[in-house]
Design a protein around this ligand. Structure first.
Ligand SMILES: [Zn+2]
Ligand SMILES: [Zn+2]
Length: 419
């Protein structure tokens, strides 16, 4: 896990830089694809994902080293051919895992966060799951384990394969000629994120598009069908933690409410969106039927609130970078506590973005807890050794979040409602 924390220290600034480039480009060509709240929500979702993964939370069913140790029929050296085969196996497994996530009710829950934005830009790529609590993916790599692809090869390729899916989340790159026949391009992935009936659940590949072409899920972007982004049951919240469990919650409610025992069981494995007929009739859920005319989610905002949320986002980024930088010295219990502060913070400020009343209680509680911890330990997880006035700055940050949440809940909200 420490290597993962180190990799993130390099990957995060790189991703943020590319986001800034796309934003500036959009600004100069007067075709901005970013909205403040949506972007803060998306990047915060990425934060929750790396927090969960770096802390190793969740149940890993089986690891690749275990599989290769027990299943390998031969021993392979890491030659260029082995690297190539391993890459193909990962990409093929990724295609089917992605297809499973789209097609089956239970698995859709772990992927819906990635599609939850109603915009399409590089920040969407950072919307990654925290609800993938059961790590089953290595099972899909059994073919690689059987022929004995060394663990080292998979361990290096897997993050590269993931990070290489970042760049194509953009509307600023058109079709790419012959590359359209080989790899997933921005054009193809725009189709994937679209809810137009012609486009939905298409282009499920991750790096290569050949799987889609072979298995009948390929769809080209058409000039006369502009992609409309989002999900058919809109999230209608900026809180990434809620988005991660909304679908699961709906499934649980339906399974509980249906009178049919068989439906209680099969709902989890039915196609995405399937509901027991009796509860669907009694508790209908609205689904977007006209993709060209639906109200995109937005909440009352102001320049001050936008600025405050960017401040919250950058502070959280700073906290996370400090946490990953000192991963080894903070120790596991400390990391859990540190992670809880960041996690509850994201929960609090995204709830504030929703203009939901109870956000202020979360923010005030967290702010006071943070101040108490600094007062008791006379430090913030060892930050004073790195930055002069480090813990004092963190204390000021906590105080600001207390005042900010009170201001935007009780003062500015009243103003906004009068308008
Ligand atoms: Zn998808
Ligand atoms: Zn995507």
């Amino acid at each position: 896990m420490e290597t993962y924390a180190k990799a993130l220290l390099y990957a995060i600034p790189f991703f943020i830089l590319l986001l800034a480039v796309e934003m500036l480009y959009g600004y100069f060509v007067k075709d901005q694809k970013y909205r403040v709240m949506d972007t803060v929500s998306g990047i915060s979702s990425g934060f929750t994902n790396i927090l969960k993964d770096s802390l190793g939370l969740g149940l890993i069913l089986v690891t690749y080293p275990y599989l290769v140790e027990h299943l390998a029929l031969m021993e392979l050296k890491a030659t260029w051919l082995v690297w190539l085969v391993a890459f193909l196996v990962i990409d093929f497994a990724g295609y089917w895992n992605h297809r499973l996530s789209h097609k089956v009710n239970f698995f859709w829950n772990q992927h819906v966060i990635h599609h939850s934005s109603e915009e399409f830009n590089l920040a969407c790529a950072l919307r990654q799951s925290i609800s993938n609590l059961i790590g089953y993916f290595p099972l899909l790599l059994i073919p690689a384990a059987l022929v004995g692809v060394p663990n080292k090869v998979i361990a290096i390729l897997a993050p590269i394969h993931l990070f290489a899916q970042f760049w194509y989340h953009t509307q600023h790159i058109g079709k790419m000629g012959w590359l359209e026949y080989v790899i997933i391009t921005p054009s193809q992935h725009r189709v994937h994120h679209a809810i137009n009936p012609e486009y939905i659940d298409k282009n499920l590949g991750q790096i290569l598009c050949v799987w889609d072409r072979w298995f009948g899920t390929f769809q080209e972007e058409q000039d006369d069908i502009p992609p409309q982004y989002g999900v058919l049951k809109p999230a209608r919240t900026w809180n990434p933690i809620h988005i991660n469990f909304q679908h699961l919650w709906r499934l649980l409610k339906d399974a509980w409410r249906t009178k049919q025992l068989w439906d209680k069981f099969r709902i989890w494995f039915m196609p995405t969106g399937w509901r027991p007929p009796d509860v669907a009739a009694k508790f209908p859920i609205k689904i977007i039927d006209d993709v060209y005319h639906f109200q995109r989610y937005s909440t009352p905002s102001s320049k001050a609130l936008n600025g405050y949320m960017i401040f919250q986002l950058l502070s959280t980024l700073f906290l996370l970078l400090f946490m990953f930088y000192n991963y080894a010295t903070i120790g596991f219990n400390g990391l859990l506590l540190f992670g809880a502060f960041v996690f509850i913070g994201i929960y609090g400020y995204t709830t504030l973005m929703d203009r939901t009343y109870y956000a202020v209680y979360i923010e005030v509680f967290r702010g006071l807890a943070g101040l108490l911890l600094i007062w008791m330990t006379e430090d913030w997880f060892g930050i004073d050794a790195f930055i002069p006035w480090g813990s004092t700055s963190i204390a000021i940050y906590f105080a600001l979040t207390i005042f900010g949440s009170i201001y935007f809940t009780f003062f500015e909200k009243a103003q906004l409602q009068k308008i």
